[in-house]
Design a protein around this ligand. Structure first.
Ligand code: SAH
Length: 225
């Protein structure tokens, strides 16, 4: 890949990206490490070339297989919610699990902010493409798995953080079980049109639940494709 493809020109240039970052700031994203990732991850390489000029608009875009790349505001908000309360800087969390890799954009935003990132996607060709993109970006601390993420990934549990990018109707028990004490699970819950983003924090004796507002995600599906 040429440097120009990575850095972008015109509608994918640094100026266009700065405008997106400014917009997210205005909408309340305050974590500087997160804003820095939004500025530096070339979102345009995760979408079809034909959509490249729209990559820094704050909207979801199609990535094939009936799926979408998440809206930058939502990626930033979820990442910030996951990191909140953790020490700042690189590797703020020791290990984290992502469910619903999609094109790998959220994965690329989060990867340098954790020591180990594990990510699961049920659609094999999407996973393959995400793996390729992250390699191109020189991101090496991510392990990929083709499977049903609602079961979590037991071998590397428990996690400091779990981020789910597709909406189940109710929170999968396996994911709650794979959280460390103090660990956080960020998950959109509910049927299409009525979803809310929820943060669960595992405490010694109980699970804390906070609502982070209304969202719109694709549904979390069982099995693989
Ligand atoms: N954050 C992603 C967007 C993902 S869209 C990005 O930035 O591109 C949600 C993804 O979750 C889709 O790719 C979908 O295939 C996947 N998905 C849905 N149910 C799943 C499940 N049970 N396990 C793993 N992935 C799932």
């Amino acid at each position: 890949m040429t440097d120009l493809r990575m850095t972008g020109i015109g509608m994918t240039s640094a100026r266009t990206r700065d405008r997106l970052v400014q917009r997210l700031r205005e909408q309340g994203i305050a974590n500087l490490a997160v804003l820095d990732r939004i500025r530096n991850v070339p979102r345009h390489i995760f979408v079809d070339e034909a959509l490249g000029s729209r990559a820094y608009e704050d909207t979801a875009l199609p990535i094939g297989f009936g799926q979408t790349i998440s809206q930058p505001y939502i990626v930033a908000r979820m990442t910030e919610a996951l990191l909140e309360g953790a020490p700042s800087g690189a590797g703020a969390l020791d290990n984290a699990l992502e469910v619903g890799t999609g094109c790998g954009y959220q994965t690329a935003v989060l990867a340098p902010l954790v020591t180990h990132l594990y990510t699961i996607e049920r659609v094999e060709p999407l996973l393959a493409r995400a793996r390729e993109r992250l390699k191109e970006l020189g991101i090496r601390n991510v392990r990929f798995r083709h499977g049903d993420g609602s079961l979590g990934w037991k071998a590397h549990a428990p996690y400091d953080g779990i981020l789910v990018a597709a909406a189940p109707l109710t929170v999968p028990d396996a994911l709650l079980k794979q959280l460390k004490v103090g660990g956080r699970l960020i998950v959109p819950l509910g049927p299409e049109g009525e979803q809310e983003l929820v943060r669960f924090t595992r405490r010694e004796q109980r699970m804390e639940r906070e609502s982070l507002g209304a969202v719109a995600f694709v549904p979390l599906l069982g099995g693989t494709a």
